[in-house]
Design a protein around this ligand. Structure first.
Ligand SMILES: Cc1cc2nc3c(=O)[nH]c(=O)nc-3n(C[C@H](O)[C@H](O)[C@H](O)COP(=O)(O)OP(=O)(O)OC[C@H]3O[C@@H](n4cnc5c(N)ncnc54)[C@H](O)[C@@H]3O)c2cc1C
Length: 363
């Protein structure tokens, strides 16, 4: 069986940064990603832009330049990640999913992995999870789980949620041209979707459980645009409503005034995503709080199982209010590198990142 110092699971920005830091520190690394590099950005709606500015999501000290010096799109960032992987010569085993991790007898771990068609998270789900698992296991002294946390949609739990015209993902805005679309949600994703779909020619209604849009949950440059569209009657807003049933051509909402049935060609349930904690449970990690995040030593990001570390959004469990992002996860990489290799990352962790480290403590 092949032996490594460290196994990294997850080929998102933080997994890549982790791999590069450990190699620079002289460690032998094996790295698995269930899909393509940066899989998470491949399922965002086309041309969705980051909210974070480029310098905050740049990794490994490599500048991220965009054509207009603005926020990067998912596509631009996906290409940037490929370039970083190439530049650092990182060998990532893509389309290989880690299905099981076991402790071995001498304090290390055995990782069982299998070919997979897609990454973890997004509309497409690999039905053949577990197929061939255990054929070519590898052994590693330490494991860093950088598996992200948007693995499945947060189910609303109403009849009709699985009908064909209902989705938890925005998809291509042009698909909704001249269609009646009811969007359920009140955070960034729902607000952005309402604006984009209106501009793509859809007839948009936004249903939100709160009595007004929450400035704490929608970016300050997105909110005024949406409020203006609502005030002008271009997007219909139905506050204090919750879906109770979705039918083939309509959605029934319950509100303070009683129930209302709105015609709908499409229903978008943009109510967030949850983490799949299967690997955590297999390993017997302590998990805490409503988010079911792994219990971590903040200095090292080590879990309750010595030798298992967690980096990036994987550390936050299922976030109801996002507090862990790429920008405050660079510090995780530095802490883990120090714990495993005794040295920090070889690139500069600038004051932007240090300031954001505090956010991390609030988790
Ligand atoms: C519309 C939208 C906008 C966003 N905007 C921002 C923003 O502006 N700034 C920001 O910081 N964040 C933003 N986010 C969140 C962002 O996606 C995460 O912060 C980021 O992806 C976290 O990086 P990560 O490396 O921790 O995890 P991910 O990028 O999620 O990477 C995890 C990887 O692990 C892989 N994986 C999981 N399980 C396994 C397994 N068992 N075996 C092998 N591989 C596995 C997955 O396929 C995935 O590629 C946004 C999200 C959405 C949906």
């Amino acid at each position: 069986m092949d032996e490594f110092d460290v196994a990294v699971v997850g080929g998102g920005p933080i997994g890549i940064e982790m791999h590069a830091a450990l190699v620079a520190a002289g460690k032998r690394v094996v790295h698995f990603e269930a899909g393509r590099i940066g899989h998470t950005f491949s399922w965002w709606a086309p041309r969705t832009r980051f909210f974070s500015s480029p310098e905050r999501i740049a990794i490994c000290g490599v500048p991220l330049r965009t054509p207009d010096q603005g926020k990067a799109s998912a596509e631009q960032y996906g290409d940037y990640l490929l370039a970083v992987v190439e530049q650092f010569g990182l060998n990532i085993k893509t389309f290989e999913r880690v299905d099981r991790i076991e402790r071995d007898n001498d304090g290390g771990f055995v990782l069982h992995h299998a070919p997979s068609r897609v990454g973890v998270g997004g509309q497409e789900i690999d039905e053949e999870i577990g197929f061939g698992a255990g054929e070519r296991p590898v052994r590693a002294r330490h494991v860093v789980l950088a598996i992200g946390n948007m693995h499945r949609p947060r189910a609303v739990g109403v009849p009709g949620e699985t009908l064909a015209h209902v989705s938890h993902y925005l998809g291509h805005p042009g698909d909704y041209f001249d269609k009646r679309v009811v969007i359920v949600g009140g955070k960034n994703s729902a607000a952005e979707a309402a604006i984009r779909l209106y501009r793509a020619g859809a007839h948009v209604t936004l249903s939100y459980r709160g009595d007004e849009l929450d400035a704490g949950r929608i970016k300050y440059w997105v909110l005024p645009e949406l409020v203006w569209l609502i005030e002008k009657g271009r997007v219909e807003f139905v506050p204090e409503t919750r879906p109770v049933e979705i039918r083939r051509d309509a959605i029934e909402l319950a509100g303070r005034e009683g129930r209302v049935v709105l015609p709908a060609d499409f229903v978008l349930l943009l109510t967030g995503y949850v983490q799949d904690g299967t690997l955590y449970d297999q390993l017997g990690l302590d998990r805490i709080g409503e988010s079911r995040r792994p219990r971590l030593d903040r200095e090292t990001m080590q879990t309750s199982v010595p030798g298992i570390f967690v980096a990036g959004t994987a550390s936050s469990g299922s976030q109801t209010r996002a507090k862990v992002f790429i920008e405050n996860s660079h510090a995780h990489v530095d802490r883990i590198c120090r714990a495993i290799a005794g040295v920090g990352v070889p690139w500069k962790l600038d004051e932007v990142m240090e300031g954001l480290g505090q956010l991390d403590e609030e988790m």
